[in-house]
Design a protein around this ligand. Structure first.
Ligand code: FAE
Length: 551
């Protein structure tokens, strides 16, 4: 990818910000250095949030939707304040590492948990995966609702810091089904290409793929899929695939080949702090306040939005509670974060005119996982890249459409496992509900709503198992289960485009209030969602900046 000079400057500023103002993590220590807020001098004139009073534009969160909003606002000349509840992940702790080790995690791994909560809970039924950790503002969160758990990234860059880099543009016919009022011609001619370019999406070299040691697991599962009559495709990625090849040749420090992914990558990953956010910061108009959580949104008589913001240190101690107001408020806190903020605002009476559609239409993109045990003559390799590059495409199936990515199980030793993340077409939806006695917002998804997804993945893998005379692994997901249907990586919806908002993310009845993240997408996109979230945000921001006054 061509790294522009401006982007390089932005990346340097984000690095410098960390060195200047962020807490260091002390490896092995139960108590870590006391944190300070990210000094906004790194990106713009210094001022603590509480002294700002009123600003023109605030962006909540720093994931895909937020990063697009911040960049395009700043390019249009508007000073932007980003409020992000997580840390900036660019500074190494005393052990020389920015992120925790995957197999021996510490507090950096998870957002204020006493123990890690990894997607795989055991291996050979042994409780060897999750570890006790100190409570800390770590990079991965697992929000546990009664019927489903949702994995989220916490920190500057949101989900981009922890995700698997799979950067897939959805099938056009399915996109037209889920968002019929959005011009697919514009999306596919303009906004998807722009998103792919700015995110730095790349394609694997097929010749390298066929010979790479770290891709054996993918080739084994691909060949089995073909023998059962299924089609496969390469999965585009924002991981630097040249870097991956160099990792394999031993020329550079390993990251994808060092089991790194859900707790952060030290190298190779084009997370948003290296792309959109670096570009945004390089404009000189963007200030990022991290460890600042927006807790309440109200509207003032003059139409401005007033935010209650809690600043914490990285151990969770409250440093400050401040208020800041703005004329234009862009919510990019993700499907869960934005839906929670708006449902609470409406049902607590802070923003009572928010539409009834706020909090509706949530889905998990049909996410389910399962694994198969291969015969000894089909080893999957002791070296596995954490960044999936191959998927089984059975979306054309008449009754159980599925796109199943072949995912690694990088234990560092031969395990003969083929694992799959299924994205399925599940029509079930759920709603967010406010509990006035606790002030909490919950999600009413029921486990039984996963049935279409489980059936789709079973349909695919039962076929492969029959052909290969193999069986499922039942030792990985807890309780002897074949299919992991208790968590998702892809929360979508809650503030649907065209329902809770107009067709460009303007919240109904609330001039100056916008939604710019995955909560706009109605529960399903048929592939991994971040390219769609980014492209839709680009489209919406272009329209908004052309029509609305940002005051
Ligand atoms: P998101 O990226 O979640 O950003 C929201 C940000 O807002 C976060 O940084 C929050 O900390 C912050 N925030 C939330 N509430 C507040 C508040 N009240 N105040 C201040 N800040 C707040 O939102 N997708 C793919 O396309 N390909 C993949 O390979 C892939 N793998 C994944 C693997 C994992 C482990 C996970 C967790 C997700 C994965 N995803 C993947 C999903 C993808 O990361 C996700 O769809 C996007 O990150 C969602 O983007 P948003 O802009 O909606």
């Amino acid at each position: 990818m061509h790294t522009s000079r401006r982007r390089f400057m932005g990346q340097t500023v984000l690095q410098a910000a960390a060195l200047a103002a962020l807490p260091a993590f002390k490896a092995g220590a139960q108590t870590l250095n006391r944190g300070e807020r990210l000094d906004p001098r790194a990106a713009a004139p210094a001022a603590s949030l509480g002294t700002l009073g009123r600003v023109p534009a605030i962006v909540v969160g720093s994931g895909y939707g937020s990063a697009v909003a911040a960049l395009r606002l700043a390019e249009a000349g508007t000073p932007v304040v980003i409020l992000e509840m997580g840390r900036l992940w660019t500074q190494a702790g005393s052990d020389g590492r920015i992120f925790a080790k995957t197999l021996s995690p510490d507090g950096r791994a998870m957002w204020f948990k006493d123990r890690t909560e990894a997607p795989l809970s055991s291996f050979l039924w042994l409780d060897v995966i999750n570890r006790k950790i100190p409570r800390y503002a770590g990079v991965l969160d697992r929000v546990n609702y009664p019927g489903i758990s949702v994995y989220l990234g916490r920190g500057v860059g949101g989900g981009s810091v922890v995700n698997g880099s799979m950067a897939v543009t959805p099938r056009r016919d399915y996109f037209e089904t889920i968002l019929p009022e959005v011009s697919a011609s514009d999306m596919y001619a303009r906004w998807f290409p722009l998103a792919n370019r700015t995110l730095g999406v790349g394609q694997v070299n097929p010749t390298w793929f066929e010979s790479a040691r770290s891709q054996r697991y993918a080739r084994v599962a691909r060949d089995q899929a073909h023998r059962s009559g299924f089609k496969t495709m390469f999965v585009p990625s924002v991981y630097d695939l040249d870097y991956l090849a160099r990792e394999e040749r031993g020329e550079v420090p390993r990251s994808a080949l060092d089991q790194e992914v859900i707790y952060g990558n030290h190298h190779g990953k084009r997370s948003l702090d290296k792309t959109y956010l670096a570009d945004a910061v390089a404009t000189g108009r963007v200030s990022i306040y991290c460890l600042h959580e927006v807790r309440r949104i109200r509207q003032e008589p003059n139409g401005d939005y007033l935010l209650d913001v809690r600043q914490i240190d990285e151990h969770g101690a409250v440093i400050d509670e401040v208020q800041v107001s703005c004329g234009s408020l862009f919510l990019g806190a993700g499907s869960i974060g934005t839906s929670e903020l708006l449902v609470r605002a409406r049902d607590s009476g802070d923003l009572p005119r928010l539409p009834g559609a706020v909090g509706q239409g949530w889905g998990h993109n049909g996410n389910v996982m399962a694994a198969r045990a291969n015969h000894v003559w089909h080893p999957t390799g002791s070296l596995q890249s954490t960044m999936p590059l191959m998927g089984i495409d059975d979306w054309a199936h008449p009754t159980r459409p599925i796109f199943a990515e072949i995912t690694p199980l990088p234990t560092g030793f031969e395990n003969w496992v083929s694992m799959y993340l299924g994205v399925t077409r599940n029509p079930e939806r759920a709603s967010f509900r406010y509990n006035s006695s606790t002030g909490q917002v919950s999600l009413d998804w029921q486990r039984s709503q996963n049935t279409p997804s489980v059936q789709a993945l079973r349909g695919l893998l039962d076929t492969i198992n029959r052909r290969e005379a193999t069986v499922y692994r039942t030792d990985l997901f807890g309780g002897g289960r074949i299919v992991a249907d208790d968590f998702t990586y892809h929360p979508l919806g809650g503030c649907l485009l065209g329902q809770a908002t107009d067709l460009h993310g303007r919240v109904r009845n609330h001039p100056g209030l916008y939604v710019t993240d995955g909560s706009l997408i109605p529960g399903s996109v048929g592939v991994n969602p971040f390219v769609t979230i980014t492209a839709l945000a680009e489209r919406n921001m272009h329209h908004i900046l052309g029509h609305d006054a940002i005051r």
